[in-house]
Design a protein around this ligand. Structure first.
Ligand code: LUZ
Ligand code: MOS
Length: 762
């Protein structure tokens, strides 16, 4: 467990996409050559957040030259239903609309321009009904998308009677727009009789396949979904790529022509769901050594108008409600509240960040009231080896303390604290704030069933290799990791491996590329496929060379040799020989994460293959006249296990951190009381740019034993770093308190410059 950022031999930094990206040759959905006869789809969506459809006037629209069809729910041959977890979401509205942006009609036209003008020529009268945008209002009216969930450990009621300090309060986090660079979209092509092939910008090809089959009333084998790569997902395409793919498939079904739809940014912002905003309450109790004895949380999730993935997201809020701390008595309740907003959905962290923010707010509140630094309370309560989470799993190879201690030591936190104290003592209108943010994130889909994957490997007779998995490349580098796994298994160069598109006819029944688990699940399935082929090759060569022990046969550097023999053979020659001997050079691999289980009736089990740990130290500077701020530095010690690709993993840390900071500080989604999105374009919805990222980001690799359940012991790295961003919020709180020790802190995120200013003078 040593940190060795420099001295250790630099591990692989393959990134097969980087040369394509920087030279502009990367192919996305819209770069596919279009077939002759392609038609273009566009959605007419509701401009009212809740109401009854009274009258639809298509007379002007139908008269537009170049309009092929205007499709309504009545034209749907199968089920008008796209809900993945709960069947509560029509593809096209029938009699009632539930949010602004809800699709009502689908226009199919000769060109995008005609589709656009047709859309503008449609008028629909909607009689408005009561509009709810606030989850607390929905809660008061018992408007839920799914059953409330409760996690419980120990007995909080008794524990509170033993506490020296008890604090209660509220916390609130806003939504977050995914802003994937590539908007949602799909392209459907007739593929013989009833069959349709769909190119989709999705994280979940099987979800698309299943949804299309359901809506068209055909079996899944009629629907082929193909994904080359996507331009970002962040959870926004885990479930919400399906409607657009279903629409183009419906268009193709009804016209027998190729149909394409790529959303304009404005449409995407209006129609798609975002990170779930939450309003929460907490009660925290500590003893006089600042040990947290009890924690209670109530979480009101703003789910929007349909369940989508919100029930699962709600679960992860509870899984991560105590973040990286051991709390012996926990009681948490969560409610998925139904409102008239677009159905909110997965977003990197999947409810975890929303849960973690609340306990961090509770600790900050307690620290301020007691008169100690929050770090003292954080440090005294970090998880230890064998600590039990409220869901019954216990930590194994816990690195919570290790990351924390290393971060403080390696980045000289003690000195830094003194420097900041001095700076604040000598500057009146500029104040600095420090905060530490520990993170512990569980790796696996919380729905145990989803933790499986498959891979298909062909070794061609010339020795080149084709690899298919269920993994979607969305910029996270999973393609590079898959190539590393295959090349490493066969002991051959990366250049001999071709990674194929992700296609439902080659790899079926896939889980979405999500939950940080894509490289683990698909990598392990790929290892399984490779080892089957390897085994056949070893048996063949053992017979040739008369070796007894297959384990003495080594595949390395494009050749094969046996430890107790002088012979060796080049990879190509070996494959030629195997081909002549009629050996099967293809294999299908399968992996299902072992050991995990969870009982939804008791909310106890062992849902995660392992946990990922880390600690980030934030330093911010606040301009106390204007409320503006910047981040001087973020210094991280992160538990990578044994990173298989340092540059890809570093990119994930930096990207996740900045995305999390954006959520916590500047990205403000505003809906008015009518459910109108007021921040519906990228001019007034601000995401971090190069000027707002921290001046310094340092990441140290905590190289640990890793986990056998992580691919090549390289721990999952997709989501955990997003939650470091929460530290940004509290470092701003601390700078505000340095200016005004009596300031009101609301624990409402994002901490925009306006909120900082209001707080400074509150
Ligand atoms: N998706 C999902 C996820 O369906 N289940 C999960 O547990 C999850 N976790 C993170 C991100 N996406
Ligand atoms: Mo995700 S939030 O891992 O699609």
């Amino acid at each position: 467990m040593t940190i060795n950022p420099k001295t250790k031999k630099k591990k692989n930094s393959l990134n097969i996409d980087a040369p394509l990206h920087v030279t502009g040759r990367t192919q996305y959905l819209d770069d596919l050559p279009e077939l002759a006869g392609t038609l273009y789809a566009k959605v007419y969506y509701s401009k009212v957040a809740h109401g009854i459809i009274k009258e639809i006037d298509l007379s002007k629209a139908m008269a537009m030259p170049g309009v092929h069809r205007i499709i309504s729910y009545k034209d749907i041959p199968g089920e008008n239903q796209i809900g993945g977890i709960i069947p509560d979401e029509p593809l096209l509205a029938e009699t009632e609309v539930h949010f602004i942006g809800m699709p009502i009609l689908l226009i199919i036209a000769e060109s995008e321009k005609i589709a656009h003008h047709t859309c503008e020529a449609i008028t629909i009268q909607i009689a408005e009904k009561e509009i709810i945008t606030d989850p607390i209002v929905a809660h008061q009216q018992q408007q839920y998308l799914s059953d409330p969930k409760t996690f419980q450990l120990g007995d909080t009621t008794t524990a509170f009677t033993n506490c020296s300090y008890i604090f209660e309060g509220t916390a609130e986090t806003g939504g977050q727009e995914h802003v994937y660079l590539e908007p949602q979209g799909a392209y459907a092509i007739p593929n013989g009789d009833k069959s349709i092939k769909i190119y989709s910008s999705t994280q979940g090809p099987t979800a698309v396949q299943r949804t299309v089959a359901r809506v068209l009333g055909v079996t899944m084998n009629q629907i082929e979904v193909d994904v080359n790569r996507i331009g970002g997902g962040f959870g926004g395409k885990e479930d919400q790529a399906s409607p657009w793919a279903t629409m183009v498939a419906l268009g193709t079904y009804l016209t027998n022509r190729p149909v394409k739809y790529i959303l304009e940014r404005g449409e995407d912002l209006q129609m798609t769901g975002k990170r779930n905003p939450y309003k929460s309450r907490y009660k925290i109790g500590l003893d006089n050594n600042y040990k947290i004895l009890a924690f209670e949380g109530q979480y009101f999730q703003n789910g929007g108008a349909a369940a989508d993935l919100s029930p699962a997201i709600l679960g992860r809020t509870l899984f991560h409600s105590t973040n990286s701390y051991y709390v012996p008595n926990v009681k948490t309740n969560a409610y998925s509240c139904k409102t008239n907003l677009p159905p909110n959905t997965a977003f990197r962290g999947f409810g975890g960040p929303q849960g973690m923010f609340v306990i961090e707010a509770a600790i900050h509140h307690a620290a301020r009231a007691i008169g100690v630094d929050a770090q003292i309370i954080q440090e005294r309560n970090l998880l230890e080896e064998g600590s039990e989470f409220s869901y019954g799993q216990k930590t194994e190879n816990c690195e919570a303390q290790n990351c924390w201690v290393q971060a403080k030591k390696n980045y000289g936190f003690g000195e830094r604290k003194e420097q900041v104290r001095q700076f604040n003592a000598t500057n009146k209108y500029i104040k600095k704030g420090l905060a530490l943010m520990p993170v512990c994130f569980g790796i696996s889909f919380t729905n145990t069933m989803m933790n499986n994957a498959r891979a298909l490997v062909h070794v061609y007779s010339d020795g080149s290799v084709g690899v298919s998995t269920g993994a979607i490349e969305m910029g996270q580098g999973v393609s590079s990791k898959m190539i590393q796994v295959a090349a490493g298994s066969f002991g051959i160069d990366y250049g001999r491996i071709k990674l194929e598109t992700t296609n439902t006819t080659r790899v079926a029944n896939t889980s979405p590329s999500a939950a940080s688990a894509t490289a683990d699940l698909n990598g392990k399935a790929l290892q399984d496929a490779c080892s089957q082929i390897l085994h056949r090759l070893k048996k063949m060569i053992a017979a040739e060379w008369k070796c007894q022990d297959l384990d003495t046969i080594i595949f390395e550097e494009n050749k094969i040799f046996a430890l107790d023999h002088s012979q060796e053979i080049q990879w190509e020659a070996l494959i030629q020989l195997a081909f002549q001997k009629r050996i099967n050079l293809s294999a299908k691999g399968h992996y299902a994460t072992p050991k995990i289980h969870f009982d939804n009736t008791t909310s106890k089990g062992h849902p995660f293959a392992y946990h990922v740990y880390g600690t980030a130290i934030f330093q911010s500077t606040v301009d106390c006249i204007r409320g503006n701020y910047e981040f001087d530095s973020v210094q991280i010690v992160h538990d990578f296990g044994s990173s298989m690709n340092r540059s890809v993993d570093l990119g994930q840390i930096e990207g996740g951190l900045v995305q999390g900071m954006g959520w916590m500080t500047m990205e403000e989604l505003i809906y008015d009381e009518k459910g109108v999105l007021k921040s519906g374009n990228l001019a007034n919805y601000k995401i971090p740019d190069i000027y707002s990222v921290p001046k310094e980001i340092a990441v140290q690799y905590l190289e640990t034993a890793g986990s056998d359940l992580a691919i090549l012991k390289s721990k999952a790295v997709g989501e955990p770093p997003l939650m470091y961003g929460i530290g940004a919020y509290f470092s701003l709180c601390n700078a505000i308190l340095a200016f005004n020790p009596k300031a009101t802190l609301t624990y409402v995120a994002p901490m925009t410059a306006e909120r900082v200013l209001m707080s400074l003078y509150s």
